[in-house]
Design a protein around this ligand. Structure first.
Ligand code: GLN
Length: 527
């Protein structure tokens, strides 16, 4: 079978679930026995997402091969159940950097280097790097965005080179509902299809996102103005559980429409899809002590890991508000929660609020999971409040602290560039027997976990704060290590676990990371 391409573009608004919809299409095709992979295109000029603020753009998703990606790669990884790599994400920054460097090397000697054909050529090369039967290409942003046009142009060219029959253009749009007049408004969708047509792309399918089920006349209107057969105009209303989207698409027979359009003979007839997604979400009160409050996307993979472990969404608590609270007020405020998560983060803002929450959880034996920065702050809190090291800190926040219990990694001290230079991606960790972590991992001694940090526990100078699993002096137990301290826990606490790495990036549908599963189990015990 010739390689097939599904191009997913967006219309009207961003943030309408284009990533989830594409990932769900991918999952559906995978269920049919088709080999699928994906490419997320991000038209911004950053070379990767690593330097972007999560408040604006959502979390930075870290791949196994140490790439700092757009959070949509997380959807693909969770839905498709395959590991995403660096080549699964292309940014405009990567493309232009490549073309300009090639020009400087003299590889285009004599030519005037232009958007078409040189930039489009590079985009097409990147697309062709991914070998698979069906490649889902999701183009970030909305049709009409200046920086996205060159990518649409490149896929348009490619569709002529590879044969239009091997291409399916799916346009995902949003149709708002006006309460005042009690009607759906299709005009923005019509206009976004026109924008696509203007650059030479006629969509083959329009997926109409709405807040609730749309009426048939509205779909007919979209079909007429969009020039797409009615059958190929499909409504995808909001679902409270995004993991049910593949089933919804299946019920709407989207897989048959896609296979028909792309002339794919379905290898397996399926009666229903065997999709082990979470359906019941235990009503637990978990506080995530956060500082990126602009969008829930900032903590996407953690939130999804909690869902995939079968619990409802943790509550995003503003760490800065905790900073102001007196200890007693803070105790009353936090007493309504059964568990606490301290997520990763960068920079000084709000860390004192997080440290207060850690103290509360440690003293009141509330299950607490510290991830990356969260773990580092657990060490700081222990240093200050148990060891009595006044003003102990991470040198990230206080360079002249008398007790630098967290310090910049040696190799980081010599770096001049901040893009893509953290300790990143899968790194081996050694889990120590007789710890909670060892039980969580099913008594496994060695594994790989994804990292993204510059600072580390300053074990060399402060080893007296820590103990081995065999010792019993009520110090912080090291439960995983390499050359670095990878995890700490407390023996006399139901669940006080800090990890230097990010388990949230490894959760998949039907296979949440065991740290979250165990955390949820312990949270449930708290009344
Ligand atoms: N800022 C900390 C570091 O660089 C923690 C990073 C994180 O939480 N991902 O080590």
């Amino acid at each position: 079978m010739a390689k097939k391409y599904i191009i997913v573009s967006g219309g009207v608004l961003s943030g309408i679930g284009k990533g989830v919809t594409s990932a769900s299409i991918g999952r559906l095709l995978k269920e049919l026995g088709i080999k699928v992979n994906s490419l997320k295109i991000d038209p911004y000029l950053n070379v990767d997402a690593g330097t972007m603020n999560p408040n604006q753009h959502g979390e930075v998703f870290v791949t196994e091969d140490g790439y700092e990606a757009d959070l949509d790669l997380g959807h693909y990884e969770r839905f498709l159940g395959i590991e995403m790599k660096k080549f699964n994400n292309m940014t405009a920054g990567q493309v232009y950097k490549y073309v300009i460097e090639k020009e400087r090397e003299g590889k285009y000697l004599g030519a005037t280097v232009q958007m078409v054909p040189h930039v489009t050529q590079r985009i097409k090369e990147r697309i062709e790097e991914i070998e698979t039967d069906v490649l889902l290409i999701e183009i970030g942003g909305t049709v009409g965005d200046i920086e996205g046009e060159i990518f649409l142009e490149a896929v348009r060219e490619l569709s002529f080179e590879k044969g239009r029959d091997n291409f399916m253009f799916i346009h995902v749009t949003f149709v708002p509902y006006l309460n005042i007049t009690n009607e759906f408004k299709t005009k923005p969708t019509q206009q976004s299809v026109q924008l696509l047509r203007r650059i030479g792309i006629q969509p083959d399918m329009i997926l109409v996102r709405t807040e609730k089920e749309i009426d048939l006349p509205s779909l007919e209107k979209i079909a007429l103005f969009g020039g797409v057969p009615l059958q190929y105009v499909v409504n995808v209303p909001d679902l409270s559980n995004i993991y049910e989207v593949p089933e919804l698409l299946y019920e709407k027979d989207i897989h048959s429409l896609i296979c028909k359009k792309l002339n794919i003979s379905v290898p397996q007839k399926i009666e229903s899809i065997n999709w082990k997604c979470p359906r019941i979400f235990k009503n637990l009160k978990i506080a995530m002590i956060s500082k990126y409050l602009g969008t829930d996307d900032a903590y996407k993979s953690i939130i999804e890991s909690i869902f995939l472990s079968g619990a409802n969404k943790p509550e995003i608590v503003n760490a800065e508000e905790l900073e102001e609270m007196k200890e007693e007020t803070l105790g009353i405020f936090l007493s309504k929660y059964q568990g606490i998560i301290i997520p990763g983060g960068f920079g000084k803002r709000a860390i004192e609020g997080k440290i207060k929450a850690i103290k509360y959880a440690r003293e009141n034996k509330i299950p607490i999971l510290g991830i990356c920065l969260g773990m580092q702050l657990m060490v700081v809190e222990f240093a200050r409040n148990v060891m009595g090291y006044k003003n102990a800190n991470s040198t990230e926040f206080d360079e002249s602290t008398p007790y630098p219990v967290i310090d910049l990694m040696e190799e980081q001290k010599r770096l001049l560039n901040l893009g893509g230079t953290m300790r990143l991606g899968a790194q081996k960790i050694e889990i120590l027997p007789n710890t909670k972590l060892f039980d969580i991992y099913g008594r496994q001694v060695e594994t790989y976990e994804r990292h993204r940090h510059r600072y580390e526990v300053n074990y060399h100078e402060f080893n007296n704060m820590f103990e081995t699993p065999e010792e019993n002096e009520n110090k912080l137990t090291i439960s995983a290590k390499t050359d670095f301290v990878e995890a700490v826990e407390l023996k006399n606490h139901p669940f006080f676990v800090g990890i230097q790495y990010h388990p949230e990036f490894k959760s998949k549908v039907g296979n949440p990371h065991p740290i979250f599963v165990k955390f949820i189990e312990e949270v449930e015990k708290i009344k």
